[in-house]
Write a protein that binds this ligand. Structure first.
Ligand SMILES: Nc1ncnc2c1ncn2[C@@H]1O[C@H](COP(=O)(O)OP(=O)(O)OP(=O)(O)O)[C@@H](O)[C@H]1O
Ligand SMILES: [Mg+2]
Length: 436
């Protein structure tokens, strides 16, 4: 932070900069005037007090009187200086990342709004007030000495832990006016890039692990069938059944991976069609009725006869509700109930009218610490239980991407021992007719 006195000094500097430039441009005339005045004083023709007053008046006039005599005049010079000043400040402000300009003493001459906000960089402050990292100070020295850009990685801990790339660029400006910067530093936040790289690596590791497990099991059974169980008809029958289940699991995983990559690619494609949520839910209920019956679960749908039109891709919306209802059947109470309910929410402050679909089960529920992570790829509350039920941990990740494309939301509420509700919220497409 600048002290009050420093601030006043800087403001004065800004205010009087053009006047000083004009004064400097007329220094030759002023020197001649001073010499002539001195001769008059020495010759006794002028009192020293009057001479001093006269010289001061001439200086004030030279500083403030506009000079229109051609391009070489003081006014033009001052004008050029302030225009140039404004221009490089504008360029630094336009840099999308935090950027500061420094003078040769390491003082901040200008900071763009991002640097002010993220590093509390203030004009007049020293670079050390932004970062005390010795690597950064060394990069500044190198850039000044070698006259070339130097990049250095920094680890910032406040306000949150992040990795930054600082690039120090010397600014070439032979004969530039005082106050112009000698260096520019830009800061790029690498945290998001690191997070994405980690996610990609985790994803590949998880996918390989998920495929390797059934593959290892298949290999084991093949070897057993070729060896010890070669002539055991009963064992062969049992092993072939397990092998078929494992192959089924692998193919489900590959299908889910392909589906995830497809919805990710389509996430930013605009939606040109409309779908009626009521009819989508009716079809989902009909499709999953046999699955629910096999699990001893009662599946119900509650909706009005009114159309509930949203802008959306019918197949993708089917995928969303199938995933949610399958989860409710899989992880709900055996012999329990699963309800789908479609309602309309009126428009509210700045938000358009939307439809809400609640998928509720009366199963064991989900502990609160898991809720924010459920839509991560491969995240499962209980990996063994999910695998046993044929889960791959990709269903809710697919749901999230589809809802992003539809500008929708997924809200999850759950109470341990009482069940869970997965709610999908989608903006309505008013005054539109579904052409199916
Ligand atoms: N209704 C629910 N009740 C309790 N837990 C749930 C419910 N829905 C999801 N979960 C938990 O969230 C996890 C992630 O669900 P998700 O649909 O992404 O994966 P999955 O069902 O395991 O596999 P997939 O859907 O790919 O077959 C599940 O493994 C389960 O632990
Ligand atoms: Mg699922």
């Amino acid at each position: 932070m600048l002290s009050r006195a420093q601030e006043i000094w800087l403001r004065l500097g800004e205010r009087f900069e053009p006047a000083v430039a004009r004064l400097l441009a007329r220094r030759a005339e002023l020197a001649v005037a001073a010499a002539l005045t001195a001769i008059f004083v020495i010759a006794g023709g002028l009192s020293p007090r009057v001479a001093t007053l006269g010289l001061m008046a001439a200086a004030v006039l030279a500083a403030w009187w506009p000079n229109d005599s051609g391009t070489g005049g003081a006014r033009a010079l001052a004008q050029t200086a302030t225009d140039g000043d404004r221009l490089w400040r504008m360029v630094i402000d336009a840099v999308p990342e935090p950027a500061v300009a420094l003078n040769s003493h390491g003082q901040i001459v200008h900071a763009n709004p991002q640097a002010e906000e993220q590093f509390r960089a203030r004009r007049g402050g020293h670079l050390a007030s932004m970062s005390r990292a010795p690597e950064l100070l060394a990069a500044v020295e190198d850039a000044l000495q070698l006259r070339r850009a130097c990049a250095v990685e920094l680890q910032a801990r406040v306000p949150v832990e992040r990795r930054l790339l600082a690039t120090v660029v010397p600014l070439e400006h032979a004969g530039a006016a005082p106050g112009t910067p000698t260096l520019m530093i830009t800061f790029r936040d690498l945290t998001e890039q690191d997070r994405l790289a980690r996610m990609r690596a985790d994803f590949v590791a998880n996918a390989s692990h998920e495929l390797r497990t059934p593959l290892a099991s298949l290999k084991g059974y093949v070897e057993t069938l070729q060896g010890s169980a070669k002539d055991d008809a009963a064992a062969r029958e049992r092993f072939l059944k397990i092998m078929s289940e494992q192959a089924e699991r692998m193919s489900r995983l590959v299908d889910d991976l392909l589906s995830l990559s497809r919805v990710e690619m389509r996430e930013y494609l605009p939606l040109s069609e409309e779908a009626d949520l009521g009819s989508v839910l009716t079809e989902v209920a009909q499709t999953l009725e046999p699955l629910a019956r096999r699990a001893g679960v009662t599946l119900t749908l509650s909706r009005s006869d009114e159309e509930a039109v949203v802008r959306g891709d019918r197949d993708e919306l089917m995928q969303v509700f199938q995933n949610l209802v399958q989860n409710a059947i899989k992880y709900g109470r055996s012999g329990g109930k699963v309800e789908m309910r479609l309602t309309r929410e009126a428009a509210a402050s700045g938000r358009p009218e939307r439809y809400r679909v609640d998928v509720t089960d009366d199963g064991p529920g989900i502990a609160p610490q898991h809720l924010p992570r459920l839509t991560e790829r491969f995240y499962r509350v209980n990996v063994a239980a999910s695998r046993e039920k044929g889960g791959t941990g990709l269903g809710l990740a697919i749901v999230k991407h589809i809802l992003n494309r539809h500008r929708g939301e997924l809200a999850i509420t759950s109470k341990l021992g009482h069940g869970s509700t997965f709610s999908v919220l989608l903006p309505s497409a008013p005054d539109q007719v579904v052409h199916s």
